[in-house]
Design a protein around this ligand. Structure first.
Ligand SMILES: CC(C)(COP(=O)(O)OP(=O)(O)OC[C@H]1O[C@@H](n2cnc3c(N)ncnc32)[C@H](O)[C@@H]1OP(=O)(O)O)[C@@H](O)C(=O)NCCC(=O)NCCS
Length: 183
């Protein structure tokens, strides 16, 4: 069952859903299309090149089966156009049981600047708070300036820069590491 959270902007309907069970075929297709188009527009959540559709489908089908991952999707006018994953700490990680990681946060290019990424971030923070977590960690390539602006404007503090965080083609790309206390 999916739990909807509805936010209607002045112009467009933005809805955030937590995926609690297997994705419907139409939603899986939308999610794959959104991810493919975001990768083609410059990536930002792991992939540098667009994988084959079957690989992308298996990836999303796998995400919803992993117990310590929460998948949130953003719909614009009913179509899935973005996502964010919350990673809870592993059971053995007692020393870091207060922190979650936000990752694979993206919006399809056609749906950008409509508030989807912001709504995903706020809903992820609300879920993390509800589940009793105190700290959010996340990291992003230094080239993802839109994401960096979004995180910094929502209180995420830069804690370090990794000089060899990612490799795109032959070039290393720096990565920015952020954290936020969920008071
Ligand atoms: C970064 C990204 C997620 C933003 O998605 P979006 O749905 O367009 O963002 P929103 O519409 O919710 O914008 C929220 C805020 O983010 C900021 N922002 C978003 N895109 C921006 C851009 N290209 N340039 C500057 N600021 C930007 C703005 O501050 C905006 O605030 P505003 O309400 O004051 O305008 C999207 O561009 C994307 O998918 N980029 C590639 C993937 C990526 O970088 N992921 C993050 C790390 S995994």
């Amino acid at each position: 069952m999916n739990t909807p959270f509805i936010k209607t902007t002045a112009f467009r309907d933005v809805r955030i859903e937590r995926i609690m069970s297997a994705l419907k075929t139409s939603d899986l297709n939308d999610l794959c299309d959104a991810a493919d188009s975001a990768i083609l527009a410059g990536g930002g959540f792991g992939w540098v090149k667009m994988p084959e559709r079957v690989v992308m489908e298996r990836y999303w089908q796998g995400v919803v089966t992993v117990p310590h991952r929460i998948l949130l999707v953003a719909r614009l006018e009913g179509v899935i156009a973005g996502a964010l994953q919350i990673i809870r700490p592993q059971l053995n990680n007692e020393a870091q049981k207060m922190s979650v990681q936000f990752t694979h946060h993206f919006t399809a290019p056609w749906a950008r600047k409509s508030g989807l990424a912001k709504a995903l971030l706020l809903e992820a923070e609300a879920i993390a708070r509800e589940e009793g977590y105190d700290v959010v960690n996340l990291d992003v390539r230094e080239t993802m300036t839109g994401a960096i602006k979004l995180y910094e404007s929502h209180g995420y503090e830069l804690i370090g820069v990794h000089p060899a965080y990612a490799k795109v083609g032959d070039q290393f790309v720096k990565g920015h590491y952020y954290y936020k206390r969920l008071d």
